[in-house]
Design a protein around this ligand. Structure first.
Ligand code: PMP
Length: 435
């Protein structure tokens, strides 16, 4: 197994320098390679499906900034739109029409969303959505599911996925008990637990928040029964159903996970793709719920850079491209090929794995156990995953640096890139089997 040092000396030096002035050398823990050992690559530039590191090596990028770059890096239409916008000023702190234009696109794409409010990150979107659920219902209790990550919101940082899981931080220091006392954590896909909770708490639940397809414990799809029960019980008891589509929005289809599954949540959170690689989040939903937000209603939420014109321009260009030249059918096909290729390679190498996938989001779990929730995800052999990760890296394929993250196929990848990835996986899995 090779690690960043000494194979990638410039990245290694950049990391040492960064660690002196930035905690852990990174501005978000998911980037720190905590789940695979070694130190992170420092990226010098990106183009199409490729990342280029500080040492001049090229990688096929299956992270895409953890989801936003569905069109690949530097898509010409997005670059043009950003240059044009920035010439008109970077931020006004006053309304501008691109905000409405992006809002109209979101409302048109996602039928459950009648109105939308822009913020600057996915964390802000989920934080604001649960405040809205509480303000709308006049109740306090929020239900979440173990392994779902909704950003670093105090009250949702309980049994969270993504880097909170990779780094073994189920509950962060600095989150007072009072912040989480109104958060109930249930097992994902556990319909019976959901029914028990509503039987016990019935009219106390303000909202239920979930990733409708989970990316943050690795890829885990919901069962039909789980989704149906969620909608039925929230509706029956007057709780809001909140879909966190920060990852899945405009990724699993132009209408997101809910479009793919045929679901109608009350509130939806967005991020990543709607900003086209710039800092944008959003939450939207039923008009009667959204009208509770200030200044239309009493629930406070604000932001200096919310609706930033440059970020709006990137989002509009990205959504325009996704609508007029949809990549989804090809992404489905290519991701399906990756799945069958990886499974065949694992069988040939004698390495037990599970391949979970929905659309262009997927995870290869190193476990013989089917993965349906956090407990089964944790049966994975993370040391084996780490070896696989570095073998792939050495073959020019950049995968998420944790077993508990989803990989993303992007629209700039060609069939040849997919074939290269499968060939690299074949060699890598043989190496994993030998080690
Ligand atoms: N919700 C989900 C489902 C996410 O995947 C993420 C980030 N990976 C967030 C919320 C938080 O978004 P951000 O990092 O932009 O705050």
């Amino acid at each position: 197994m090779s690690k960043t040092t000494p194979d990638r000396p410039k990245s290694a030096a950049a990391f040492e320098r960064a660690k002196r002035v930035i905690p852990g050398g990174v501005n978000s823990p998911a980037r720190a390679f905590g789940g695979v050992g070694g130190s992170p690559l420092f990226i010098a530039r990106a183009e199409g499906p490729f990342l280029y590191d500080a040492d001049g090596r090229r990688y096929l990028d299956f992270i895409g900034s953890w989801g936003p770059m569905i069109l690949g890096h530097c898509h010409p239409a997005v670059v043009e739109a950003v240059f044009a916008a920035v010439r008109n000023g970077s931020s006004y702190g006053a309304p501008c029409e691109p905000e409405t234009q992006l809002a109209e696109r979101v409302v048109e794409a996602v039928p459950s969303v009648e109105m939308v409010r822009f913020v600057s990150s996915g964390t802000e979107a989920t934080m604001s959505a649960i405040r809205l659920a509480r303000g709308f219902t006049g109740r306090d209790l929020i239900v979440k599911f173990a392994g779902c990550y909704h950003g670093h919101v105090d009250s949702l940082l309980v049994s969270a996925g993504s880097s909170a899981l990779t780094h073994g931080v189920p509950n962060s220091p600095g989150v007072p008990g009072g912040c989480t006392q109104d958060t109930v954590v249930l097992r994902y896909n556990d319909t019976a637990a959901l029914a028990d909770l509503f039987a016990a708490k019935r009219d106390a639940v303000a909202g239920v928040i979930l990733e409708p397809v989970v990316g943050n414990m690795g890829l885990v799809p919901p069962s039909d029964e789980f989704r149906r029960t969620l909608r039925a019980l929230t509706q029956k008891h007057g709780a809001l159903l909140i879909y966190d589509e920060v990852m899945t929005g405009f990724r699993l289809g132009y209408g997101g996970a809910q479009g793919l599954l045929g679901d109608t949540p009350d509130v939806t959170c967005f991020g990543k793709i709607i900003g086209g690689g710039y800092p944008v989040g959003a939450y939207g939903g039923r008009a009667d719920v959204m009208r509770k937000i200030m200044p239309a209603g009493p629930v406070f939420q604000a932001g200096t850079l919310s609706g930033n014109p440059v970020a709006m321009a990137a989002g509009i260009a990205t959504l325009h491209e996704l609508k007029t030249n949809p990549p989804y059918a090809r992404l489905e096909q290519q991701s399906e090929r990756i799945g069958s290729g990886l499974l065949a390679a694992a069988r040939a190498a004698g390495v037990p794995v599970q391949f979970n996938r929905v659309g262009s989001m997927w995870t290869l779990f190193f476990t013989p156990t089917p993965v349906t929730d956090l407990d089964t995800a944790k049966t994975s052999d993370t040391a084996r995953f780490g070896r696989f990760f570095w073998e792939m890296m050495d073959r020019g394929v950049y995968l998420p640096c944790s077993q508990y993250e989803a990989a993303f196929t992007c629209g700039a990848m060609t069939d040849a890139h997919i074939a290269e990835t499968i060939a690299a996986a074949g060699e890598s899995l043989q190496a994993v089997a030998r080690s």
